[in-house]
Design a protein around this ligand. Structure first.
Ligand code: PGA
Length: 220
């Protein structure tokens, strides 16, 4: 049986109160497992309280950020350095297409972000939009997220996603886990999770509803 990741990406859609409500509903339904890793990436402002809530209740839930600074701590107004985030998070989503397009994040900047994350013991979850997207070294958790599928309700086909994941593995020629993201729901999650080259899903819209997220988890 392969290891699976199920990761919720809240984007900028939930505030602290609704993030904690979500944790209170989902957390008690999670069971400890070595092969299934469940992670939540809320907005940065929710990370500290989310971490407390998870720790106090001992929920088997990893936490992640949706970005981090390309710089170390210093005179970088508005930035959240990995060095500060590392006390709260296990993973960091980097290279999401929404950041590439809205904030003009390029390969050089993303390379620096990956270096900052890895240097602080944070696992980058590096998003690529196709098998051609460059992947910095040290990234061994990659999400294939075709832009046409993000937030549109039209997912890629599992066969194509599996094919892209296989290409990425061939190109990298090293141990790497590939997730699929883009309009994943409880109706199609299992089809992606069953693909040979896919080790999990990154879920945006469908992760916001705790019950829908739990339904996705039960596909595992
Ligand atoms: P979506 O978003 O599930 O709403 O398509 C996925 C993502 O952007 O990570």
């Amino acid at each position: 049986m392969k290891d699976l990741w199920i990761i919720a990406n809240f984007k900028s859609k939930k505030n602290l109160v609704s993030t904690l409500e979500w944790i209170d509903l989902v957390g008690p339904r999670l069971t400890k497992s070595n092969s299934l890793k469940v992670a939540l990436c809320p907005s940065t402002v929710s990370l500290v309280e989310a971490k407390k809530r998870i720790q106090v209740n001992n929920y088997p839930l990893f936490l992640g950020s949706q970005d981090l600074s390309a710089f170390p701590p210093g005179a970088y107004t508005g930035e959240e350095p990995a060095e500060h985030l590392k006390d709260f998070i296990d993973i960091a989503i980097l290279g999401h297409s929404e950041r590439r397009s809205n904030f003009k994040e390029d390969e050089k900047l993303l390379d620096s972000k990956v270096k900052q994350a890895v240097g602080c013991g944070i696992k980058p979850l590096f998003c690529v939009q196709s098998e051609k997207t460059p992947i910095p070294k040290d990234c061994n958790l990659v999400a294939y997220e075709p832009v046409f599928a993000i937030g549109t309700g039209t997912a890629d086909t599992p066969a194509n996603a599996d094919n892209v994941a296989s290409q990425i593995k061939k190109n990298l020629n090293r141990e790497v886990e590939i997730l699929y993201g883009g309009s994943v729901t409880s109706k199609n999650a299992q089809d992606f999770l069953e693909c040979k080259n896919i080790s999990g899903v990154l879920v945006g819209t469908a992760s916001l509803d705790p019950q829908e997220f739990l339904n996705i988890l039960s596909s595992c």
